[in-house]
Design a protein around this ligand. Structure first.
Ligand SMILES: *Cc1c(COP(=O)(O)O)cnc(C)c1O
Length: 385
């Protein structure tokens, strides 16, 4: 299923065509769901196209993995059962006991939990840094630092990290720069072109885009690290199944048009919230007053669909806004076509309560969908009361 869409075409074209070569047997224009575990061999060791067993490789997953590498501008893409499965495979590939990692002070809650409750038990320690300040990252590095982890925009505070500046810190420290690109998606931001060694995704979010699949990905900038990651993907086994891979491949075809609308709608929502008397602060990198606005404008195509805001009246008032929303569905996750609202302190980020990553109780997070924006604005106004 190889193709040459990786560098010849623009992003929108690659999103639709890379990995999506017509089925050689039937000409089907969409890669079939190869719902199969094993493959007939033409004599012992006579594999057709290298397929032997679907943990090691499956044609539907290969199509997605080629697409992922092409749209992130990396040499190797790998698809996993979830974003956290991808992160786990990455960390167990590049770390060893005694290693040190720098993680952001507003990392995704599940990423923090993976470091604090799982990875740390295997003799890896970490420092928490404000990655929006490259000097703070440099100060957190020591001679055992193997990985600098960045999430930009971050979850749920929408902090912005200058990827190129932190890539410079990582290079001089001899550490790998990992960028969780889930919030931006490769359409809005290309971390590998800015110096990242590995891009991480929760495919569950914008890449799948329809709230119907859980998946994760790693994209390696260089082939050698890509090969090591592929070895561990097979050795550890948390691969994406064929149907899940097919759903994500389908979602990616419309990623550019969805992201354009997510960004447009979120900008309108953020503007309305800044003028609302019940809102004390709006966190959106598209707003000129956001501390990361200039860096975001430099490294992102537009500012994405995630908006957080703080409500006058504290935690109970924030929870009440979430409860009163009707069109915004109360729920965790993000990045689907439908708008979601949640209270990070009690929902997605409950696992970081009491840590350096604790989020304010008056915070509400929105995943702004692609519905008609006037309907979204009306719902938020009634929810704010
Ligand atoms: C959801 C998410 C993850 C974890 O991905 P799963 O698919 O839920 O395992 C990692 N990072 C970010 C930024 C996320 O939003």
């Amino acid at each position: 299923m190889s193709d040459d869409h990786s560098s010849l075409h623009s992003f929108e074209t690659r999103a639709i065509h890379a990995g999506n070569t017509a089925d050689p047997l039937t000409g089907a224009v969409v890669p079939p769901i190869y719902q199969v575990s094993t493959y007939k061999q033409d004599g012992v060791g006579g594999l057709r196209g290298g397929y032997e067993y679907s943990r090691s490789a499956n044609p539907t997953r290969t199509a997605l993995e080629e697409n992922l590498a092409a749209i992130e501008g990396g040499r190797r893409g790998l698809a996993f059962a979830s974003g956290l499965a991808a992160e786990d495979a990455l960390l167990r590939t590049v770390l060893h006991p005694g290693a040190h990692v720098v993680i952001p002070n507003d990392a995704y809650g599940g990423t923090f939990r993976l470091f604090a409750k799982v990875v740390q038990r295997w003799g890896v320690d970490f420092s928490v840094a404000d990655t929006s300040d490259p000097a703070a990252v440099r100060a957190a590095v020591n001679d055992r630092t193997k990985v600098i982890w960045v999430e930009t925009p971050s979850n749920p505070l929408l902090g912005i990290t200058d990827i190129a500046a932190v890539a410079g810190v990582a290079r001089s420290a001899g550490a790998k720069l990992v960028v969780d690109n889930t919030f931006a998606s490769p359409y809005l931001q290309q971390p590998i072109s800015l110096g990242a060694d590995v891009v991480v995704h929760s495919l569950t979010k914008y890449m799948g885009g329809h709230s119907d699949v859980v998946g994760g990905a790693l994209i390696a900038a260089d082939a050698e690290l890509g090969e090591e990651l592929a070895y561990h993907q097979n050795a550890m086994g948390a691969v994406a199944g064929p149907f899940d891979a097919w759903l994500v491949l389908r979602g990616i075809k419309t990623l550019p048009v969805r992201m354009d609308r997510h960004s447009e709608n979120a900008e309108r929502v953020a503007e309305m919230l800044t003028r609302h008397p019940k809102v004390t602060q709006v966190l959106y990198p598209g707003l000129p007053e956001h501390p990361g606005h200039e860096v975001a404008a430099k490294q992102m195509k537009s500012f994405g669909g995630m908006v957080s805001f703080r409500v006058a009246g504290g935690e109970e008032a924030a929870v009440a806004v979430c409860d009163r929303a009707k069109l915004f569905t109360l729920g965790e996750s993000l990045g689907g076509v439908e708008s979601l609202i949640e209270h990070p302190g009690r929902m997605t980020h409950a696992s970081v309560a009491g840590s350096a990553l604790e989020v304010p109780g008056d915070l509400v997070r929105l995943s702004v969908g692609i519905e008609a924006v006037d309907d979204l604005l009306a719902d938020l106004k009634q929810a704010l009361g």
